[in-house]
Design a binder for this molecule. Structure first.
Ligand SMILES: Nc1nc2c(ncn2[C@@H]2O[C@H](COP(=O)(O)OP(=O)(O)OP(=O)(O)O)[C@@H](O)[C@H]2O)c(=O)[nH]1
Ligand SMILES: [Mg+2]
Length: 195
């Protein structure tokens, strides 16, 4: 199943400007530079829907996209990037948490990590926060192309131990090669009950 019409809806920098809840939503969350925007593009099968940047912290707003008039994709700003002033980090946090704690039809939250990295306190904090929301979520371990094949099982185990979620809710992807993207897409469609 391919998506036909992908429209940019709006960019939100203040919680008061969030669109009125309507269509079901799928949101992508993770630290700066893990590949949130790249994953959105890969899943939607487009090159340049969400903006990809080599400068961490590029996505500063919540960006909403409408897909085939059926659901919304939300690109959440990455936080946890040390080089931005604490005040900016606080305002991002307020925005992201404002969105995630609002009563919205969020069908699936996609939490993205860089598989190469050791889970650190910030990852654990983000994970704990997401679990506390009690919303359906999956974990995506991205950038598998940056590991040698033989290194992947150990990296996966390390993340499994941290995540403590059912293994079938952990997905391994490469936005560069396209590996593992289809299962994520199917999982999203399942959450949205779209066939
Ligand atoms: N090798 C490799 N690079 C990737 C992959 N996914 C994303 N990247 C690269 O990682 C960098 C960051 O990607 P983005 O998609 O902008 O990441 P983001 O999480 O949206 O970043 P922010 O918006 O800053 O929070 C870019 O240079 C991408 O090309 C992947 O699977 N493999
Ligand atoms: Mg981004």
């Amino acid at each position: 199943m391919n998506f036909r019409e992908i429209q940019f809806v709006k960019s939100v920098v203040r919680p008061e400007d969030l669109p009125v809840p309507g269509l079901p939503e799928v949101a992508f969350l993770g630290r700066s530079n893990v590949g949130k925007s790249s994953l959105i593009n890969a899943v939607l099968g487009r090159k340049k829907i969400a903006r990809v940047s080599s400068t961490p912290g590029f996505t500063r707003a919540l960006n909403f996209f409408r897909i085939d008039h059926r659901f919304l994709v939300v690109d959440l700003p990455g936080y946890g990037f040390a080089r931005v002033p604490p005040q900016v980090q606080r305002s991002w946090r307020r925005l992201v948490e404002g969105y995630l704690s609002a009563p919205r039809p969020l069908r699936l939250l996609i939490l993205i990590f860089d598989i190469r990295r050791e889970p650190d306190p910030l990852d654990r904090g983000l994970l704990g926060y997401v679990k506390s929301l009690e919303r359906p979520f999956i974990a995506v371990l991205n950038k598998i192309d940056r590991l040698r094949k033989g290194e992947i099982p150990r990296a996966r185990k390390r993340w499994e131990a941290t995540l403590e979620i059912p293994p079938e809710e952990i997905f391994l992807t490469s936005c560069r090669t396209g590996e593992g993207i289809l299962p994520v897409k199917f999982r999203i469609l399942e959450a949205l009950k779209i066939r």
